[in-house]
Design a protein. Structure first.
Ligand SMILES: NC(=O)C1=CN([C@@H]2O[C@H](COP(=O)(O)OP(=O)(O)OC[C@H]3O[C@@H](n4cnc5c(N)ncnc54)[C@H](O)[C@@H]3O)[C@@H](O)[C@H]2O)C=CC1
Ligand SMILES: O=C(O)C(=O)Cc1ccc(O)cc1
Length: 381
């Protein structure tokens, strides 16, 4: 092996003679984003698997993998790393299927499922014929799905949780960590059960609440369309995650059932408490709730990609006159700064507009902020 990855040993130590083969089962948003991080790197070969022949052709024609197959056995054969990137409800079947195949001794099987306890428990019960299973969960994503939504930068700067068990060989974890450096994500290790408790609270519950909230408003809208018309900025922002893939989320919530039921109960108790404050007209109590929330929120990691926001954003105060959007877009374009979205938040004739600029990379955000400030715009995060 040569170049950037010289010395990147295949898990069986057979580094020099063969490329390190990475098999990706389910090349969608997450599988495709991982594939893009690995493909084209010296010493690595990326093979995609789908149950569907049309999908395998698409993976190759979009340049996301080196080759693709509908045969699990072919994808798995001689692979050094096997990434299971299918919906959570399918993960255990894939682990079962792999346990029946002649895998390369010392290969590493990992997954990207949003829940960890059940798949880790399942894998620990199987004889994996010399393979090592390590649970994984890249904590970045978006409400989009499919290989079309995959991006080389999706996982950059995000947290990537690994859940090795007590018996997992340390050197296998190190090999996986070394490969995952290519994603530029930050590795965090924790126990699978604890993972599901925490991620249930900070990701699964917010997704559920967003869906319930949108559906509540959609119900009102049936009798008065002004609900949709007036549902601007804030509502749209906090409910973006309600547009996640229905089947991906069905599997996540069902798989994390016990955690979700406990969280929903506690959420309902929180809402009851809030309703009590309102019905008793306890203004101080309401203000205290907002104060506590504001305090905790201000301690959240800033601009951390992953949960709830997968973009880097800033706001620019702009005088409300025609042409300003084009002017800013042109300035950014001339500086070769990649803008991924641009939106007017408030724009009335007598009120200064606020333009929201979204970027996929932190560096673009930093450069845009510096450029726009240098030419006199008021930019804030
Ligand atoms: N969507 C997100 O933001 C995140 C999702 N995850 C996890 O990543 C995994 C994949 O999710 P995404 O990439 O978002 O979904 P996706 O829908 O973009 O990709 C799923 C892939 O699995 C394949 N697939 C779907 N149903 C299948 C079935 N029944 N049998 C075999 N293959 C099937 C699809 O063809 C596709 O290639 C899930 O386990 C999810 O929990 C993890 C982090 C973030
Ligand atoms: O879209 C967002 O902001 C998310 O919260 C993405 C997300 C969805 C599922 C995961 O398991 C991890 C991250």
């Amino acid at each position: 092996m040569s170049g950037e990855f010289s010395g990147f040993a295949a898990p069986n130590g057979n580094a020099e003679s063969h490329k390190t083969k990475i098999a990706i089962f389910g090349v969608g948003l997450i599988g495709g984003s991982l594939a893009l991080c690995f493909k084209g790197k010296p010493g690595l070969e990326v093979v995609g698997h789908s149950v569907n022949a049309a999908s395998t052709e698409k993976y190759v024609s979009r340049g996301v993998v080196d080759r693709a197959t509908t045969s699990i056995a072919e994808a798995a054969s001689d692979a050094d790393f096997l990434f299971l990137c299918v919906p959570v409800g399918r993960l255990e079947e894939y682990v079962d299927e792999l346990s029946r195949l002649p895998l390369k001794p010392g290969c590493i099987i990992t997954d990207v499922g949003s829940t960890k306890a059940s798949v880790v428990r399942h894998a620990s019960k199987l004889k994996l014929q010399g393979a090592v299973f390590i649970g994984g969960h890249p904590m970045a994503g978006s409400e989009r799905s499919g290989v079309e939504a995959a991006s080389l930068h999706l996982l950059e700067n995000a947290y990537y949780v690994l859940t090795p068990s007590e018996g997992t060989p340390e050197e296998a974890v190190e090999k996986l960590e070394k490969l995952l450096k290519l994603t530029r994500a930050h590795i965090v290790k924790t126990d699978a059960v604890q993972h599901d408790d925490i991620v249930g609270a900070i990701s699964h519950l917010p997704h559920m609440i967003a869906v319930a909230l949108v559906n509540q408003i959609a119900g009102y809208n049936e009798t008065n369309e002004l609900y949709r018309t007036l549902a601007a900025g804030g509502f749209r922002d906090i409910t973006r995650i309600a547009s996640g893939d229905p089947y991906i989320w069905r599997d996540i919530l069902l798989n994390n059932r016990d955690v979700m039921l406990k969280l929903v109960k506690e959420w309902q108790e929180g809402m009851e408490r809030f309703a009590g404050l309102i019905s008793r007209e306890d203004g101080d109590g309401i203000a205290e709730e907002f104060r506590r929330a504001g305090d905790f929120r201000s301690q959240l990691p800033e601009r951390r990609k992953g949960m709830i926001t997968s973009l880097y954003e800033c706001y620019v105060d702009v005088p409300d006159h025609p042409g300003i959007i084009g002017k800013i877009a042109t300035e950014l374009g001339q500086a070769k700064i990649n803008l991924s979205n641009l939106q007017i938040i408030e724009s009335r004739e007598d009120v200064p507009g606020v333009l929201r600029l979204s970027f996929k990379q932190e560096d673009d955000l930093d450069r845009a902020t510096a450029l726009l400030q240098s030419i006199g715009y008021d930019v804030h995060m």
